[in-house]
Design a protein around this ligand. Structure first.
Ligand SMILES: NC(=O)c1ccc[n+]([C@@H]2O[C@H](COP(=O)([O-])OP(=O)(O)OC[C@H]3O[C@@H](n4cnc5c(N)ncnc54)[C@H](OP(=O)(O)O)[C@@H]3O)[C@@H](O)[C@H]2O)c1
Length: 277
């Protein structure tokens, strides 16, 4: 059932990875409900079609172009957003990455960790001023996979025996843990994480082709997957759910490490150092 329209007029919302997959649908849904959307992609060209779709539907949006695999690029991109917007009602950290063979970023981090964990952290830290001004929401798209994750404290960059799946699981577990620590540190904000379902997108491009084929054939569309993401960012019903982890619309207990404030605080300290904040 299509939920009632929510009036988001006057609200500004940033969606990362808005050039395709669920991010594009989240950006469109928020804009159609009246929000001014900052559609992030690694280049302005990557979000051009999203901006055109929003304009065509009568919505308002602008592009924000930066590479989430580079801390300097994130800092520069965020600084531009802060210079243009005094208030940010929602930051949707949607962009994500499932690796092929192990890759290392310009900053020397394993790429899954850099894009899925370090980048959302660096971005919300850089956008705290406009987020605080709006008492905004930070919606972090994690994954059910986080429940099988293990924080390899002694080898976060997975230099030993790299596997794409354990790296993804660790990165998403870390994201849920950091979300919960953000909720504790910033009681004026609403910080949440979620699993959107298994959705037919390009996320699986580095997996064996048969996986993509099966997921493409049997799993819900990005539009359907996006619904829980934008509703968490937009709807009044989720204004009091800071520190919660959702399986689609349903609150669920996350991995035990994400329920342990000491582990979450420990990880925050490590990631803050990595991000240079
Ligand atoms: N699909 C699922 O079943 C599923 C399940 C659980 C969780 N998730 C999570 O849902 C979120 C959305 O993913 P999706 O399924 O919609 O996959 P997707 O179609 O692959 O979208 C991922 C987005 O992230 C962007 N991105 C990746 N690396 C980037 C970088 N270095 N800099 C800037 N942007 C970057 C991509 O941009 P480009 O197009 O330019 O690469 C793309 O827009 C992800 O966080 C994913 O982990 C997905």
């Amino acid at each position: 059932m299509i939920p009632p329209m929510t009036d988001l007029a006057g609200k500004t919302m940033l969606v990362t990875g808005a050039g395709g997959g669920m991010g594009r649908e989240v950006a469109l849904a928020l804009a159609l409900r009246g929000a001014f959307v900052i559609a992030h992609g690694r280049s302005a060209q990557r979000v051009q079609a999203t901006l055109e779709a929003i304009a065509h539907a009568g919505g308002k949006a602008e592009a924000a172009a930066f590479d989430l695999a580079s801390l300097q690029s994130i800092r520069d991109g965020a600084a531009l957003v802060v210079s243009r917007h005094a208030r940010l009602d929602a930051l949707v950290n949607n962009a994500g990455f499932w690796s092929g063979p192990r890759e290392v970023t310009v900053d020397g981090f394993e790429k899954t960790w850099a894009v899925n964990t370090l980048a959302p952290f660096a971005l919300w830290q850089a956008l705290l001023k406009p987020l605080r001004a709006a008492k905004g929401r930070v919606v972090n798209v994690a994954s059910l996979e986080h429940k099988n994750g293990r924080i390899r404290w002694e080898d976060l960059q997975r230099e030993r025996g790299f596997g794409a799946r354990p790296a993804y699981q660790q990165s998403k577990l870390a994201l849920v843990m950091l979300t919960n620590e953000l909720a504790r540190r910033e009681p004026g904000l609403v910080a949440m994480s979620l699993h959107p379902g298994v959705i037919a997108t390009e996320l699986f491009r580095n997996m064996p082709w048969i996986v993509g084929l099966v997921i493409g054939a049997f799993c819900p569309s990005p539009q359907k997957g996006a619904r829980c993401i934008w509703r968490l960012a937009a709807e009044a019903e989720f204004a009091g759910t800071t520190g919660a982890y959702f399986h689609r619309f349903k609150k669920q207990l996350p991995h035990k490490d994400a329920r342990d404030p000491a582990s979450c605080a420990r990880l925050w300290a490590v990631v803050a150092k990595q991000a240079g904040t």
